[in-house]
Design a protein. Structure first.
Length: 115
């Protein structure tokens, strides 16, 4: 089992940047595919980005391609989401996800983009 704690959310103006971090517990971090999801008020939780265990492959939702970058540091048990050129529609609670056959979730961090 893995526990996840997100940080780095906040309020930013449109066009700005934020970097989210997700710290994981446990020595098996490198065995998990890590990802980010987001949920806006009144909407379902949507996939944002994911990265495989060694960082060799990444995946992005079409809405964030070219603006967001997911990365991981297995030595620090941490996954990151660099968000650039933020738009008001990026406003949501962002959740860290770990997957190894089961899904594990963090508590979420709020990102608010003002236009």
């Amino acid at each position: 089992q893995v526990q996840l704690v997100e940080s780095g959310g906040g309020l930013v103006q449109a066009g700005g940047s934020l970097r989210l971090s997700c710290a994981a517990s446990g020595r098996t971090f490198s065995s998990y595919r890590m990802g980010w999801f987001r949920q806006a008020p009144g909407k379902e939780r949507d996939f944002v980005a994911a990265i495989i265990w060694n960082g060799a492959r990444t995946y992005y939702a079409d809405s964030v391609k070219g603006r967001f970058t997911v990365s991981r540091d297995n030595a620090k048990y941490t996954v990151y989401l660099q968000m650039n050129s933020l738009k008001s529609e990026d406003t949501a609670v962002y959740y860290c996800n770990a997957y190894n056959g089961r899904h594990y979730w963090g508590q979420g961090t709020q990102v608010t983009v003002s236009s």
